[in-house]
Design a protein around this ligand. Structure first.
Ligand code: PEP
Length: 249
């Protein structure tokens, strides 16, 4: 059985003080939850402070992005070694906002993933189609391309795939459980081709306007193993309810 993996992606939100305030309240509310892997990805500026709050807790520290070189003249970038040094265990790679606003290609995403793995970081790789692509019937083609190119040469350890339909991110439009299950099942089928039976071990998590109201029905899907949560992870109450999802029968 796969252990659910639920991650908060705070994006460009929260100061140091807000990070500390959120985490101290959140930790208290989720401390007895050994059956769910919970991760929080604050902005880079809050990573060290978050690592202090999270030490001796069950919550995993993640970063929102990483560069593919270890060090050097890359103004503004953050290396995998720096993330490990801050206490990160996972990093989100290939988020659609990075693909869209920062021109990240499959090749860049693959290099980032490979560098992250070399440093011992787990990878949460985001894949997903735009509305236009969905309406043109290209959802599976996009997923196939992003998975094959992004995962080229990437081993199976600590790998989480986030299915994030772009049309659902930050829009309040969630994929239906049926749409999510269909995409997740396809992703698992492709992972089986890449990794054999280890495909059953991977968490494939859903991202796109996940909320306290829809998490239970999403988590009821056979291949939905968790969530990557943006907007609804910014409030302690709503993110706590999401990590405490109730498995519908
Ligand atoms: C995300 O950005 O990863 C995300 C899923 O955002 P939201 O939950 O706000 O749609």
């Amino acid at each position: 059985m796969r252990k659910p993996f639920i991650a908060a992606n705070w994006k460009m939100n929260k100061t140091l003080a807000e990070t500390r305030e959120f985490l101290s309240e959140f930790i208290a509310g989720v401390k007895d939850m050994p059956d769910v892997d919970i991760a929080v990805a604050p902005p880079f500026t809050s990573l060290s402070a978050a690592a202090e709050n999270l030490s001796d807790t069950n919550i995993i520290l993640a970063a929102q992005d990483v560069f593919y070189e270890d060090k050097g003249a890359y103004t503004g970038e953050i290396s995998p070694l720096m993330l490990v040094d801050c206490g990160c265990k996972y990093v989100i790679i290939g988020h659609s906002e990075r693909r869209q606003y920062f021109q990240e290609t499959d090749n860049i995403i693959n290099r980032k993933s490979s560098a992250a793995r070399k440093a011992g970081l787990g990878v949460i790789m985001c894949v997903g189609e735009s509305l236009e692509e969905r309406e043109a019937g290209k959802t599976f083609d996009i997923l196939l391309r992003e998975l094959e190119k992004g995962l080229d040469g990437i081993g199976p350890q600590n790998l989480v795939i986030a299915y994030e339909p772009i049309w659902a991110i930050g829009t309040g439009k969630t994929a239906t459980p049926e749409q999510a299950q269909k995409a997740h099942a396809y992703i698992r089928e492709r992972l089986r081709i890449l990794y054999g039976n280890r495909a059953d071990e991977f968490c494939i998590i859903y991202g796109g306007s996940a909320t306290p109201e829809n998490i239970d029905s999403l988590m009821a899907c056979e291949d939905v193993d968790g969530a990557l949560v943006g907007g609804a992870s910014l409030k302690v109450e709503s993110f706590t309810r999401i990590v405490k999802f109730r498995k519908e029968q």
